[in-house]
Every structure is written in structure tokens, then in C-alpha cells.
Design a protein around this ligand. Structure first.
Ligand code: MF3
Ligand code: CO
Length: 252
């Protein structure tokens, strides 16, 4: 599938889908507490998405059974919510959520510290978020996609962490996953030339140890192979002539 340029009308719908998703993340960040199950988070998120008249786009995506991916500590992404999994003080919890508004998808992720976490864990969360902002300094019409990728990698590695390579960001619009694939590291090419009207999900996934990943027996949860902590930060952005607009930005 070719990379699509969204029309003004489509961009307005993307903005609205993303604005609502930002509110969901802000609310989940406020609600998240030790003692809750990961299923509690999923229920809260799904209810809120539906109360906005939207549909959770992760649910049933390739058989994924929930609306919100909840990934704790060494879990990188795609953790499956469960009533048995209780969030503990000191955990770092990645929440990944997305939804559809009038046919247009949004996608964003945040990693939260629950109570007091180690200094290294907090630094991992901060560096992962900051790497997104380093990357999007290059998100602008006329630049090449992999300038974003390289900037994310450089920032993460300069801070002593590693970038997960087996999972990537992606284009987004009438589908959750559209072209292009967006690596968070350098590859052989420069990537596509960016143009105003492209909507992209930029999502660094960072490990405090090895970037090797393992998939658990539930066929979804991705963990670091060495058990190191991992964080995830993602926004849906719009490329413009002068830079980019972060469509899923709320309070965090
Ligand atoms: N944010 C994730 C992504 O960009 C979506 C989760 S995949 C799902 O790939 F299957 F859980 F929906
Ligand atoms: Co995504």
C-alpha cells in the first residue's frame, strides 16, 4: 500500500480521533494505581473510548483480545490485560491505546511510574519520551523518514539504553497500520521523503538492557530477552510544511 496524503477533511477527522485519545490517556494516567488489575485499566479505557462514541481499534485486531495493551516492567508491548495481574508499587506500566472516530484511527502510548520507582526506571521512562521529541525535530516536509529514526536511536544510545528493532512505528489513517514502516534505528536507506498531510505513529520502544525480544506463550506479550526494564512512548503526528503537529498530545 502506498503512503497516503490526507486531505484537509481527513485531517480534521484524524485530529478529532487523536484529541479524544489524548483525553483517554490523561484519564488513565490519573487512575492508574497499585492494587488495580491490568483488566481494570482495560475496562476503564474501553468504557471511556465508547463513551466518546468511538471504537477501540486494538480489540480483535489480529485476534488481540482487549482494548488497551498493558505492559509492565520487562514487558515491552502488547501485554494482555488480566484480572489476575495486579499492578504493584514500583512498577513501570506502559499503556498503549487507540481508537476509531468516523473511520479514522488514532494510536498513542505512555509509560507511567507507579509510586516510587528506581532512578534507573525513571530515567528510562524519561529518555524514551525525550527520544520521541528528538526524533520529531526532523518530522517536516522534505526531510527523509529515517532522519527521525536515526535521531531516536542516537538519543537512546547516548543515554546508555537500547532501541528495540523488531517492532516499529507506522503510518496511520483509515487503517491502524499503514505504510510506511518507521524503524527507531538506522537502516540502509534514507526512507521516504516526508510530505505535508502524512499521518504517522512514531513509537520508540526502549530497553534498559538488551534490545533482543522474546514473545510469551500468550502469543502477544513481547518482553526483553534479558528481563531488563522497557518503556514505550507513542504519538500520532501530522507532517506539515514547517514541521509537525502532535495530534495525540494531551497533558503528557
Ligand atoms: N500501538 C500498537 C501498534 O502500533 C497497536 C497494538 S497491536 C494490537 O502496533 F494488536 F494490540 F492491537
Ligand atoms: Co502504533
Amino acid at each position: 500500500m502506498a503512503v497516503t496524503i490526507k486531505s484537509e477533511k481527513q485531517i480534521a477527522l484524524m485530529r478529532e480521533s487523536c484529541r479524544r485519545l489524548a483525553q483517554v490517556h490523561d484519564a488513565l494516567g490519573r487512575e492508574l494505581k497499585a492494587g488495580m488489575s491490568t483488566l481494570d485499566i482495560d475496562r476503564l479505557g474501553e468504557e471511556m473510548i465508547r463513551s466518546f462514541g468511538c471504537v477501540p481499534n486494538f480489540k480483535n485486531y489480529n485476534g488481540y483480545p482487549a482494548s488497551i495493551c498493558v505492559s509492565i516492567n520487562e514487558e515491552i508491548v502488547h501485554g494482555i490485560p488480566s484480572a489476575k495481574r495486579i499492578i504493584q508499587e514500583g512498577d513501570i506500566v506502559s499503556l498503549d491505546a487507540g481508537m476509531i472516530y468516523k473511520g479514522y484511527h488514532s494510536d498513542a502510548a505512555r509509560t507511567w511510574a507507579v509510586g516510587e520507582v528506581s532512578r534507573q526506571a525513571q530515567r528510562l521512562i524519561d529518555v524514551t519520551r525525550e527520544s520521541f521529541f528528538e526524533g520529531i525535530r526532523f518530522a517536516k516536509e522534505g526531510n527523509h523518514l529515517h532522519q527521525i529514526s536515526a535521531a531516536i536511536q542516537d538519543y537512546v544510545e547516548k543515554n546508555g539504553f537500547s532501541v528495540v528493532r523488531d517492532l516499529t512505528g507506522h503510518g496511520i489513517g483509515t487503517h491502524l497500520h499503514e505504510d510506511p514502516v518507521i524503524p527507531n534505528y538506522r537502516t540502509w536507506g534514507r526512507g521516504i521523503r516526508l510530505a505535508a498531510g502524512m499521518t504517522l505513529a512514531i513509537e520508540p520502544m526502549v530497553s534498559a538492557g538488551s534490545c533482543q525480544i522474546t514473545c510469551l506463550d500468550d502469543d502477544w506479550t513481547c518482553v526483553t530477552s534479558d528481563g531488563a526494564l522497557s518503556a514505550h512512548y507513542e504519538n500520532t503526528i501530522l507532517i506539515t510544511e514547517t514541521g509537525c503537529e502532535i495530534l495525540t498530545m494531551g497533558e503528557t
